[in-house]
Design a protein around this ligand. Structure first.
Ligand SMILES: Cc1ncc(COP(=O)(O)O)c(C=O)c1O
Length: 417
């Protein structure tokens, strides 16, 4: 039967960047031979983290009735109270923030938190007015792209490009002409940034907070890779929070992506709204993530594992990947974004004679998956050549896979100059 789709439904029938990407990655996993997966955002399997999760699961199974309670009872829409209390205590003790369990809500992955938060602040308003989510710095996370329930949902800005040396650069927020008009409902940025590995500086965050506060708009900080967990970050930052900030965290990049546990830290009013939205969208957040992580948060072990295991793990991988990529591209015109966090290298090939989409297709034929850069500019509709001259390379896979992938990438790029 050829059913008619709503305008909303049609959006999912068309081309969606993140869906294509997930499909490509899924197909890749079942292909034989499996391609070298330098494309996805799957975190690495880190033995110490997996051992901690296994140990906790065994403790749950060993406790009579605990497993049955865990799989048999819905949590409240806000999430498991013991976990919310443990989170509040962790943030009070670590940063001295004045927060209680009423400042936290769990969601089914932080992706779901963005669905709720973005649509709270942007979309249609009374009197026919429309408001948008402002992304003050692109490139930005591909997963934001289709989250708006109405069309024309984002307004985004180009970055300022700061060359740090001949082959290293950093995107900066371009404050020149950055005005937060009435049409903006909220601002959002990921820090560390997916796809670039950028860690927006404390000074930039402070300026953005001031601008947002003066305009009376919330600033949403996507902390999926940040402090205090999972700490997939090589630079020091000063974590901040107040009631004008909405901080989104996740257990995914800590190493538990399938448990779909997102954490929102915000004012009580916003937490109440997010919890109500969870009750409508999915009744309740899943219970397994908070149950597995409860002891880690209560004991503070999550902070130690993040800083002592996850941080150096990705730091080492990032350094290896950069060192090799520099060798592979020696003598060619290229620049790498300063790798400060997350799981990715962002490579800018300004003089590439083809688009990054074509480069992606060529690499796919050679058995290597990367992600072409143009996907990472949600809301930046203007024509800008830079969008088609960058690629994202994930370095979370096994070192041998990354090394082989990088050598094929290097060879292919060299053949194009
Ligand atoms: C920047 C960023 N934010 C949010 C997410 C969503 O993660 P999850 O829904 O697994 O918490 C991701 C996933 O890759 C991400 O890279």
């Amino acid at each position: 039967m050829d059913y008619k789709l709503s305008e909303f439904g049609k959006r999912f029938a068309g081309k969606i960047g993140i869906t294509e990407l997930m499909d490509d990655l899924g197909a890749a996993l079942s292909a034989d031979p499996a391609p070298l997966m330098l494309g996805g955002g799957n975190p690495a399997h880190i033995p110490e983290i997996q051992a901690a999760a296994r140990k906790r699961m065994e403790a749950i199974l060993a406790q009579p009735g605990e497993f049955e309670r865990l799989i048999g009872n819905y949590d409240t829409p806000q999430g498991a109270m013991p976990f919310l209390e443990a989170l509040a205590e962790l943030f009070q003790q670590t940063y001295g923030w004045d927060v209680g369990p009423e400042n936290f809500a769990l969601t089914n992955g932080s992706q779901n938190a963005f669905l709720s938060l973005f649509n709270l602040f942007a979309g249609e308003f009374s009197g026919g007015q429309k408001r948008k989510i402002m992304l003050p710095l692109t490139p930005e996370y591909i997963g934001y792209t289709e989250v708006g329930l109405t069309s024309d949902f984002f307004t985004a800005r180009r970055p300022e490009i700061q060359m740090l040396d001949e082959h290293l650069f950093k995107y900066r927020v371009d404050f020149d002409g950055l005005e937060i008009r009435d049409e903006v409902g909220a601002l959002c940025l990921s820090r560390p940034t997916n796809p670039t590995g950028n860690v927006v500086t404390d000074e930039e965050i402070s300026r953005l907070r001031n601008l947002a506060r003066s305009a009376g708009k919330p600033l949403i900080l996507d902390n999926a890779y940040g402090a205090p967990f999972p700490y997939a970050m090589q630079t020091e930052v000063k974590p901040v929070w107040d009631e004008d900030l909405i901080l989104c965290l996740s257990l995914s990049k800590f190493g538990l992506p399938t448990l779909r546990t997102g954490i929102v830290l915000a004012s009580k009013e916003i937490i109440r709204l997010v919890s109500r939205m969870t009750s409508v969208f999915s009744l309740a957040p899943g219970s397994l993530g908070p149950a597995l992580a409860l002891d880690l948060v209560r004991s503070g072990e999550i902070l130690r594992l993040s800083k002592e295991v996850i941080r150096p793990f990705y730091g080492d991988k990032s350094k290896r990947a950069v060192d090799q990529l520099k060798q592979e591209l020696e003598g060619l015109p290229y620049a790498i974004h300063k790798p400060e966090g997350a799981l990715f290298l962002w490579l800018w090939l300004d003089q590439l004679p083809i688009t990054s989409e074509e480069l992606y297709q060529r690499l796919k034929r050679k058995g290597v998956l990367i992600v072409p850069g143009h996907y990472f500019f949600p809301g930046l509709n203007e024509i800008w050549d830079h969008k088609n001259k960058c690629i994202r390379i994930t370095f979370a896979q096994d070192n041998k896979v990354v090394a082989l992938g990088l050598s094929i990438i290097g060879e292919e790029i060299r053949s194009l100059f």
